[in-house]
Design a protein around this ligand. Sequence first.
Ligand SMILES: C=CC1=C(C)c2cc3[nH]c(cc4nc(cc5[nH]c(cc1n2)c(C)c5CCC(=O)O)C(CCC(=O)O)=C4C)c(C)c3C=C
Ligand SMILES: [Fe+2]
Length: 430
Amino acid sequence: MATDSPSPLRTSRRGLLLGAAGGAAAMTLRPAGAAAPRGGQVANAPESDEAARVQPFFGEHQPGIVTPRPAAGMIAAFDVLAKSPAEVERLFRGLTERFRFLMAGGPVPEADPRLPPADSGILGPVIAPDNLTVTLSLGASFFTGREWLAPLKPATLQRMTKFPNDALNAELCHGDLSIQICANTPDATIHALRDIIKTLPDLLVIRWKQEGAVPILQRKPGAPPESARNFLGFRDGSANPDSTDGAVMERVVWVGRDDASEPAWATGGTYQAVRIIRNFVERWDRTPLGEQERIIGRRKASGAPFHGRTEADAPDYAAEPPEAATPLDAHIRLANARNAEAERHLILRRPFNYSNGVTKNGQLDQGLLFIAYQRDLEAGFIAVQKKLDGEPLEEYIKPVGGGYFFTLPGVRDETDFLGRTLLDAAAAKS
Ligand SMILES: C=CC1=C(C)c2cc3[nH]c(cc4nc(cc5[nH]c(cc1n2)c(C)c5CCC(=O)O)C(CCC(=O)O)=C4C)c(C)c3C=C
Ligand SMILES: [Fe+2]
């Protein structure tokens, strides 16, 4: 136990320790009975009022999809050991309880010191919510690996297959279940992941994870919104559908009640496409600016389309003079040709930049943790990726991992839990 008046020995040792950081004066040994030092030289932690920010947990949809992207994001994919309906229900209820607690924050219950602590402790004894969202999605194997769930698989959910430019690392692909964790700080996302892993070790085994970040912008008062830059130095997110527009999200993101092709239990859910896409940044940094801009189809500094002024301007390919037009194979033009057909393939992108260290060949291992949400996986991500196959950007990028998942509908209230509609539908069928 710590006491208010430390023994001379302890005072001396503390003085010696402080000496390492605090200079020669602190090295002097204090005689017994002399006044104790007034306190250590604490290195201040970075401070932010944002740590208190709470995102709502209950709702028709899960959080973390139309929620504005915070600075830190992670996808963790798991294999699920739960097989029977009772075990799957325990898994879903257990995850719901942890997600709800972690997002709300609060004091960690005190544990008997003879037992492992209730919490990793990395956020201290009172967990700050820190804008945390935790989002649960299921892979195709979750359904096909359980006979009683197979008939209830969402219509376009499938195992991710290789696209021509992919070099998929099996250790970074697929999973029965994905958990997207986003917060203001990586500490909060790692804390949540460790909590989840600790809570359900007999039902969940982690398969892979990828962390990422979004640069924080210093917004000038009254200035228009700007999107963050990716590791190619371009603004990423300029032409995303408006996630604050409920009608647009109904059309682009959420499985609706009217969706005859989908099982009724999936209403309010969405498809999640995850891709870990390495960027060859050294090669990109040696590429002329004009070529970079032609490959993407936007100006690098402003993010504006070729014949626009700001990044908020929509490209108008029909109005461009042919001699200075956006190349037909520019990334943005292939991804969205801005015609009626392209309207059917809209997706909501929510990516994070990742930086994993250095490869064996002495190159930076950086890239994009690409995450997209859509109400139909085939009409959304898969159709857009097929249009991008063979694009000039491929010389600079290499998809190495990821997977497809179905994000469950939201938790309505305290009596509800994640996956409840799926389990009700399964029980009704049996
Ligand atoms: C299959 C979907 C997409 C993948 C994979 C993808 C990878 C990827 N994108 C960039 C950089 C940018 N993408 C931009 C726009 C954009 N990208 C997609 C789709 C995928 N991108 C879409 C649908 C769009 C919007 C097109 C439009 O509506 O005009 C942009 C421009 C800014 C913006 O609109 O966000 C950039 C820059 C990288 C580096 C990358 C893989 C590493
Ligand atoms: Fe893109």
